[in-house]
Design a protein. Structure first.
Length: 328
C-alpha cells in the first residue's frame, strides 16, 4: 500500500480540485481559451481595419474537432460583434481535414511508437526523466510504484496545463528546476522530431503540411483576383501549424539539429506554438498596385529566407514562387 508524505497529502488535495474542475471536459476549450480567441480576433480587427470594413467576406474553416470548431466560433463571433455587417461563412466539413489536419500513412508510421528512432528516444527519456527524488517526496514507500517515470510525466503535464485554466493552483513547487527542464526536453524533442524540421524525419513531417500550404496559396490568389476586402481563416491543431511553419521556413521554425541533446537549443515548442498560436499573412497594395505580404507569427513580425529591401514586407509574386516550390 502506498503511503503519502505530508507533501503528498497536500498534492492529493490539489489534484482533487483539478479533477472537479476538469471532470467531463477532456479535450474541450476552456473559458480562458475562449477569451484568448476573442482577444486575438479583437486585436486583428483593430490592427487591420481595412480588411474588416463594410460587408467584407470572411471564410472560416475548421478541423472537425469540437475544440477547433468552438475556437472558430468564438473568433468569428467577436469579429461580428465589432462589425455586424461582415459576411461570415463558418464550415467544419470532414473534406477540409484533407488539408487542415492531413497526415499520410508514412507520416503516421514515422510518428508511431514502433518507429526505429523511438529506441534512441527512449534512452534519451531515461537520461532526462529522473523521478526518484520527486517520488520520495510524495510517498513514504515510493519503491513500490510500478512506473515512476510515467507518474512524473503525468504530474508534469498537470503542472503545465494549469496555464489553460483559471484555478488558483500550481504544481511547479513539487519539482526541482532541473527536473522540469529534463521532462520538457523530452516533450520538446518528440514534438520537434514528429512535426518540425528535425533532420531525423528527413523532411517527411513538414511535408505533411503541403496540402494546407496549397490551400493558403490558392485562397490568397483567389482573394487577390477578386480585389475586395476578405479574410480566409483556418482553425486547426498545433502539430499541423508546426509542420506548416517548418515547411514555409518561417523565421526560427525550420532550424535543423542532429544531436538530440541539443534539440532544445535549436527549437522550442513554447516559442513556436504557445497556446492560441497563430500565423497571419497580411496583404497590401502599394501605389504601383503591387501586392505585398507580411507574416506574423503569434502576432509578431517574422521573416522568410527571401531577400527583400522592404522586409518584413515581401513581393507576393516572389513569396508565391518560393512557397510554391515548397508545396510541390
Amino acid at each position: 500500500m502506498l503511503r503519502l508524505t505530508p507533501l503528498g497529502i497536500d498534492v492529493r488535495g490539489r489534484l482533487h480540485k483539478v479533477w472537479e474542475d476538469a471532470r467531463g471536459c477532456s479535450g474541450s476549450i476552456t473559458p480562458l481559451g475562449e477569451r484568448q480567441h476573442r482577444e486575438i480576433a479583437g486585436r486583428m480587427f483593430r490592427n487591420f481595419p481595412q480588411v474588416f470594413r463594410a460587408d467584407a467576406r470572411i471564410d472560416a474553416r475548421s478541423s472537425t474537432s469540437v475544440r477547433c470548431v468552438l475556437s472558430m466560433s468564438y473568433f468569428t463571433e467577436r469579429l461580428k460583434e465589432l462589425n455586424p455587417a461582415l459576411r461570415v461563412d463558418r464550415r467544419a466539413y470532414h473534406r477540409y481535414m484533407d488539408y487542415i489536419a492531413y497526415t499520410s500513412p508514412e507520416g503516421e508510421k514515422f510518428a508511431s511508437e514502433k518507429a526505429p528512432w523511438r529506441s534512441d528516444f527512449r534512452e534519451f527519456e531515461k537520461k532526462n526523466v529522473r523521478p526518484e527524488r520527486l517520488m520520495a517526496s510524495l510517498f513514504t514507500n515510493s519503491s513500490v510504484i510500478a512506473d515512476p517515470d510515467a507518474m512524473m510525466r503525468s504530474l508534469y503535464w498537470i503542472a503545465a496545463d494549469m496555464q489553460n485554466v483559471e484555478l488558483d493552483l500550481s504544481f511547479y513547487d513539487i519539482f526541482e528546476y532541473e527536473e522540469l527542464i529534463g521532462v520538457w526536453k523530452t516533450v520538446n524533442a518528440r514534438m520537434y522530431v514528429c512535426n518540425a524540421a528535425a533532420p531525423l524525419n528527413g523532411g517527411l513531417m513538414p511535408r505533411q503540411a503541403v496540402p494546407l500550404l496549397r490551400n493558403i496559396l490558392e485562397s490568397a490568389d483567389a482573394a487577390i483576383r477578386k480585389g475586395t476586402p476578405a479574410a480566409d481563416l483556418r482553425f486547426g491543431h498545433d502539430t499541423h501549424l508546426i509542420r506548416l511553419l517548418a515547411l514555409m521556413q518561417i523565421e526560427g521554425c525550420s532550424n535543423r539539429e542532429t544531436d538530440m541533446e541539443k534539440f532544445h537549443l535549436a527549437w522550442q515548442d513554447y516559442r513556436v506554438s504557445p497556446m492560441g498560436a497563430n500565423l497571419q499573412l497580411v496583404f497590401y497594395r502599394n501605389k504601383k498596385n503591387d501586392v505585398l505580404v507580411k507574416f506574423l507569427l503569434n502576432e509578431n513580425e517574422v521573416t522568410l529566407p527571401i531577400k527583400s529591401g522592404k522586409a518584413p514586407y515581401y513581393s507576393w509574386e516572389e513569396v508565391k514562387t518560393f512557397l510554391g516550390k515548397q508545396a510541390e
